[in-house]
Write a protein that binds this ligand. Sequence first.
Ligand code: ADP
Ligand code: MG
Length: 286
Amino acid sequence: ATPTALMVGTGRSAKMGILIKNGEVLEAVNDVTTVVFDKTGTITMGKPEVTDVVGNHQQVLTVAASLESASEHPLAAAILVKATSDQLTVPAASDFKAIEGKGVQATVDGKQAFVGNDKLLIDYEIDASLKQQVQQLQDEAKTVVFVGFDHQVIGVIAIQDAPKPTSKEAIAALKSRGLKTVMLTGDNQRVARAIADQVGIDDVIADVLPGDKADHVKALQADGKVAFVGDGINDAPALTVADVGIAMGSGTDIAIESGGIVLVKNDLRDVDRALALSKKTFNRIK
Ligand code: ADP
Ligand code: MG
């Protein structure tokens, strides 16, 4: 590869809002066979909104908002926005503890409380009708969190985070190149599959704990070179391990630092544009 050709390639891409850190990265893109995507903020807009509350609406939201006041998770923001728009008075929680990939727990009004996914429910019985409602919400591509208060599950909150308008087209372009597409997420299997179906992603690896994302990328590398596309703090190790790490420009600083390519416009179609550019650059200089 001649340095001049590479500079032309990467200079042109920068004008398109695709920052490529060096020529090696651009060359590696050429050999990618699988593209793995984070879900929230990468395939979806990363703007979750509360759509449904099951149980005593006011009580469920009040307890959840109290717990989430201390959380920085995007789901927490959605719950707080809803509590504010419903003008609820939210008591302060104490003894707050975030449980990675699962939810949060705290003391609310002197009682033990939690909000999070089914991994927090080991000691609780969920009745059949609630279970069915939860599954239906998940099949509608909504993330469901359970709200616990004083040793009882008092309800659930469904939260929707729609795909970006261009995600479907972006996935179709990659698939038409013969690439395999995979979604890697901490969210539930049903929700992940529902979103994957909306945008045309082949495979889903769900219920992944934040610390395990990089291991899943390594496993996929047994079948060929892997590009990983993500935006979050917990995506940084996967971005580093992947043959090509692609970070969203809207992502956290650590994700951007870990990526070899940064998509300034946060448009997933730029993954395919980076590929096209790589092919063009390396066909020319070989
Ligand atoms: P991802 O970023 O891939 O959605 P996370 O590991 O951040 O995955 O979260 C995985 C799951 O853990 C969420 O879908 C949710 O069910 C649960 N969870 C994590 N943090 C919270 C929180 N603050 N409130 C409620 N649920 C949470
Ligand atoms: Mg994300």
